[in-house]
Design a protein around this ligand. Structure first.
Ligand SMILES: [Zn+2]
Length: 192
């Protein structure tokens, strides 16, 4: 039975690197994969998954109306897919996460989804909430706060390094805009 995996992390924990490594492992063994990433992700251009270590891969950019299951089913008909990998999975809608669950359960294609758990206000993203609820396997990709504790929160900062408390959830981009912190230091910087 295929499984739905959710690899969750804070910013800059190496999610994309981990995804690209998993993709490489499949393809090295001659298996076919399908990659998705969010259209709003602009670090490496639309439809590209790039990691800070310098490796990248092209991917299908999903938006709010993208039917990921249909696209994967069509690709699977052309040639069998061993796995579907989704980067920036926090931006999936709840309905799209359910498409991915159906892809596992009804089409028997494993799905590996990678995303942030919470936004800059410490709230769950819609896609992450649904993945936390539905995934067969939850895997935390760990990173470290400046104090040495595990970083679980994402502080948004302005050009002067000052905490930003209000704004759009989906504003995401260069590494300099976010600092991964432990909960204690996130609370201190944002005023709780
Ligand atoms: Zn800390």
């Amino acid at each position: 039975m295929a499984k739905l995996y959710f690899y969750y992390a804070s910013m800059n924990a190496g999610k994309s690197t981990t995804l690209l490594q998993a993709d490489f492992n499949y393809r090295e063994r001659g298996m076919r994969t399908l990659l998705f990433t969010a259209g709003v992700h602009d670090r490496g251009g639309k439809g590209v998954i790039d990691s800070r270590l310098g490796i990248s891969a092209t991917a299908i950019a999903f938006g709010g109306s993208t039917d990921l299951r249909q696209i994967a089913q069509d690709a699977h008909l052309e040639a069998p897919l061993a796995c579907v990998l989704v980067d920036e999975a926090q931006f999936l809608s709840a309905a799209q996460v359910r498409q991915l669950a159906a892809l596992c359960d009804e089409d028997d294609i494993p799905v590996l989804a990678y995303g942030l758990r919470t936004d800059f206000q410490g709230k769950l993203f819609a896609g992450s909430a649904e993945l936390l609820a539905l995934a067969d396997s939850l895997v935390e990709i760990k990173s470290v706060c400046e104090c040495g504790r595990k970083a679980t929160m994402n502080l948004r900062v302005d050009a002067f390094g000052k905490a930003v408390r209000q704004g759009e959830q989906k504003q995401i981009g260069g590494n300099e805009r976010y600092v991964a912190l432990c909960r204690r230091h996130f609370m201190q910087r944002t005023g709780g």
